[in-house]
Design a protein around this ligand. Structure first.
Ligand code: GDP
Length: 425
């Protein structure tokens, strides 16, 4: 079974938590895009872990974890993550972690370029996580990147990186008025961390193809959500890679294989980190109450997230773009403290009511139309079956699944592994 677990919204839906739960039925977990710009939070009996680069299956014994060619990897950050896991008693051997030789290396000058560009943009900034992701994907497509497999041949790499650093220095000095790249320092960085990640580097496509042929269960884990996809999201406030499930086999390294299913992870309300259109955004006290109830602060950056009621227009679009055949609804417990809830059922754009998710400037002009829904006003974090949920919570779930046109199979009522209920088919 080849399954993708993907975000339906703007990211931070709780995908890491769902992958951690569902990976018990899988042999392999693969990350197929992005870098350390987002964070998955996983809470289990070993503790609370924030994973920026590593697949969430690292916390399940016996699960093999793969970082696919669609990723961009800051190898210093990867070493840090490996060290902090080892300190918590989770030591990963090369049998349990495989790093694609085709993934791209994110270097410190990418991070620096990201910061320089955000500073240059000033008030018009994109709200980048400043982890170098847009510059490194940019370099990938300009064919000026180095790939993880290049770290296996340092002799050949050195002159190539020197030439790239010279080219990049032109941008630093000419565009930003910054000092040129210190090649000696960069080379020392590449040697130090290249050495440490070397044991994990391999051709993951051969491994995954053979595993799929043997009928192994493979889980593809996305970072961010459909609305941050480079093609289908709220461009240019998107991530720099495809987050949709259709990209999973490509970004994992087995483009000839097809997914059997995509599970969409959808939050019971809306959150968004960074800039860009966010139609249902709340402000003031209402926003503060929801943010605090949900602990909505970025896992990678600690930034407060923008919050709002559930947006059925955006979520229906997200479900469709993900090709989701079932949903995991997360953070339903967070809404327990509110007497009345609202759901955005439509937008009004230029005076016209629409239930379609608009692109570009039209999205910036969209205004939400809400329907008020009774809340349940109690703590549901102890519920473990559908029947235990208060009737109002059941109705809320049913309303959302009708609105987005997809069945909610899993309902998460807390961050811990077991705080989830599964509905029958
Ligand atoms: P991801 O990037 O999609 O994995 O999401 P994040 O890890 O950034 O954000 C999800 C946050 O919500 C994490 O802190 C999780 O521990 C937490 N979380 C996930 N599911 C639930 C839930 O059902 N209820 C509550 N209260 N917290 C949850």
């Amino acid at each position: 079974m080849l399954t993708a677990i993907t975000g339906v919204n703007w990211g931070d839906e709780g995908k890491g938590r769902m992958v951690d739960l569902l990976s018990q039925n899988y042999d392999i977990v693969v990350r197929y895009q992005g870098g350390n710009n987002a964070g998955h939070t996983v809470v289990n009996e070993k503790g609370r872990f924030i994973l920026n680069l590593l697949p969430s299956g690292v916390l399940r014994e016996g699960v093999v974890n793969v970082m696919g060619p669609g990723m961009v990897v800051d190898i210093a950050h990867l070493c840090k993550e490996l060290q902090s896991l080892a300190a918590a008693g989770v030591a990963l051997s090369p049998q349990r972690l495989k790093l694609s030789d085709r993934a791209v290396v994110c270097l410190p000058y990418h991070v620096q370029q990201d910061c320089l560009e955000e500073a240059r943009l000033g008030d018009a900034k994109f709200g980048s996580t400043r982890r170098g992701i847009a510059p490194v994907y940019g370099d990938k497509y300009l064919k000026k990147a180095i790939r993880v497999g290049d770290l296996l041949d340092m002799q050949a790499l050195k002159p190539r990186l020197a030439a790239i650093a010279q080219w990049k220095s032109l941008t630093f000095t000419g565009v930003y008025g910054a000092p040129p790249i210190d090649f000696a320092a960069r080379w020392a960085w590449v040697q130090e961390y290249g050495e440490q990640v070397r044991p994990y580097i391999c051709d993951v496509s051969e491994y995954l193809d053979a595993a799929a042929a043997q009928g192994k269960n493979i889980l593809f884990e996305a970072q961010l959500g459909a609305l941050r996809d480079i093609d289908f999201g709220i461009y240019p406030y998107t991530s720099s890679s495809p987050t949709v499930s259709a990209y999973a086999p490509v970004g994992a390294g087995i483009p000839g294989r097809r997914l059997d299913q995509a599970i969409g992870v959808m939050k019971a309300y809306s959150t968004c980190v960074g800039e860009g259109p966010f139609v249902c955004e709340l402000h003031g006290e209402e926003a503060r109450a929801l943010r605090e109830a949900g602990g909505e602060y970025g896992a990678a950056t600690g930034r407060p997230r923008r919050v709002g009621p559930f947006d059925a227009v955006a979520s229906r679009y997200g479900v469709r773009m993900q090709g989701a055949s079932q949903l995991a609804l997360t953070k339903l417990d967070v809404l327990g403290g509110f007497e009345t809830l609202r759901v955005c059922t439509h937008y009004v754009v230029d005076g016209q009511r629409t239930d379609r998710f608009p692109a570009g400037e039209r999205l910036l002009r969209a205004k939400p139309v809400y329907e008020a829904v009774p809340g349940w006003g109690c703590d549901i974090s102890g519920c473990r079956t559908w029947q235990q949920l208060p009737a109002a919570a059941q109705r809320y779930v049913q309303m959302l699944e009708e609105a987005v046109g997809c069945r909610v199979r899993y309902i998460s009522v807390g961050p811990a592994r077991e705080a989830c209920l599964v509905r029958g088919c």
